[in-house]
Design a protein around this ligand. Sequence first.
Ligand SMILES: Cc1ncc(COP(=O)(O)O)c(C=O)c1O
Length: 360
Amino acid sequence: MQNEINKAVLNALDECRSIDGRQVGELEKSLAEYVGVKHCVSCANGTDAIFLMLSAWGIGSGDAVFVPDFTFFATAEAVARTGAVPVFCDVQKDTFNVDVQSLENAVQKVKNSGKLNAKAVVAVDMFGLPANYPELSVIAQKHDLLLFQDSAQGFGGEINGRLNGSFGNAAAVSFFPSKPLGCYGDGGAVFTNDTQKADIMRSLKCHGKGKDKYENVRVGINSRLDTVQAAILQVKFKAFKNSELAALRMAAEFYSKQLCEKWNIPVIPQDFKSSWAQYTIRFDNKSKRDMVQKSLAKMGIPTMIYYPKPLSKQQAFKKFEKFADCPNSEILCQTVLSLPIHPYITNDEIAKVADIINKF
Ligand SMILES: Cc1ncc(COP(=O)(O)O)c(C=O)c1O
C-alpha cells in the first residue's frame, strides 16, 4: 500500500491543485456511496465537521444540545462554539455509549426548567460502536429533537447492515490518523441526505461563500480537506474496504476470546458491528487499571486511557448548568484501558498483551 500512497501523493502534487483538487470530489462521491447517503461534505477535521453540521441546522444561542458525558472534548466543544449549551448525559458502562434513559430524563429536566430550548442530540459512536440509533430516534421524534452522529470514531460501524454515517439528520466523521479510516494528518467529513443543508455546509466551510468565493452570504469558517489528504484517503479507503475493517474485527474477536473469562470486555449488542477505533476493557477499580497499565508499559506495550475526565468536570464547561448525574461516566474514567489495536496487529502480539493482563 505504501507505494500506492506515494504514487497518489506524487500525482496530486503534479496536478498542482493542492486545494479542491479532483481527488477531493472523487473521494466524497465514493464515501457517500459506501455509507449510503446522498452527500459527503469533506472538511479539515472531525471537530469542524460537528460544528458545520450543527451550524447548518441553525443551532445556536439558547439551544440545549444533549451529548454524552464520556467522550472526547470536541463533541461538546463544537456545541459550545455554536453558542448552544451542551447538556451532559450519562452513558452505559458496557457499550460506552449514551444511556437513553439518562437522555430522556435530561430532556425532561431541560424542558421543565424553561431556560433552554431542547433542540438536538449529538450521539457518539464510542470506540467505533454505533450508538443505539433505533432507540435514540424514538426519543428524538417524541421530543422533536434533531439527531446527529458524532461518528468521529465510527466510520465502518453498522446496525443491521445499515452503515454508520447514515443515521439521524447528519453524521460527522474524523480522518485523524488513529481513526478506523485515517489520513496522514487532519481531515473530516459530514454525511447527510439533506441536499439543502449539504449546500449550506459547502458554503459554511468556505467562508460562507455564495455563488463564488468572493461573494459571501453568511459568516463561515475556512475548513477544507487538502487534495493530498484526499489522495491518501482514496488509497486507504480501498484497503479499509478490502481488508482492514475485517482485520480489525478479527483482532477484536481474538482479544475478546483471550480476555473474556476474567475481564469486562466491550459489549457489542446483537445486530451491531463496531469498527474498533479502540479495544477498551474495564477494570473493577482504578488501582487495578493503573497497575495493569504500568505492567504493560514495562514490557514496552503502549495503552491509553480514553478518557480520564468526564466532560462535565472539565474546567471549560464548568459554567454550564448540569441537568443529569453521570455516575457511569465517572466510573469509566477511573477504570477503562484501551489496548493496542490496528489492522496489522498479529494474534501473537494480542496473546502477549492478554497474557500479561491475565496474570493479574
Ligand atoms: C468522539 C470524537 N469526536 C470528535 C473528535 C474530533 O475529531 P478531529 O480530531 O478530527 O477534530 C474526535 C477525535 O478524536 C473524537 O474521538
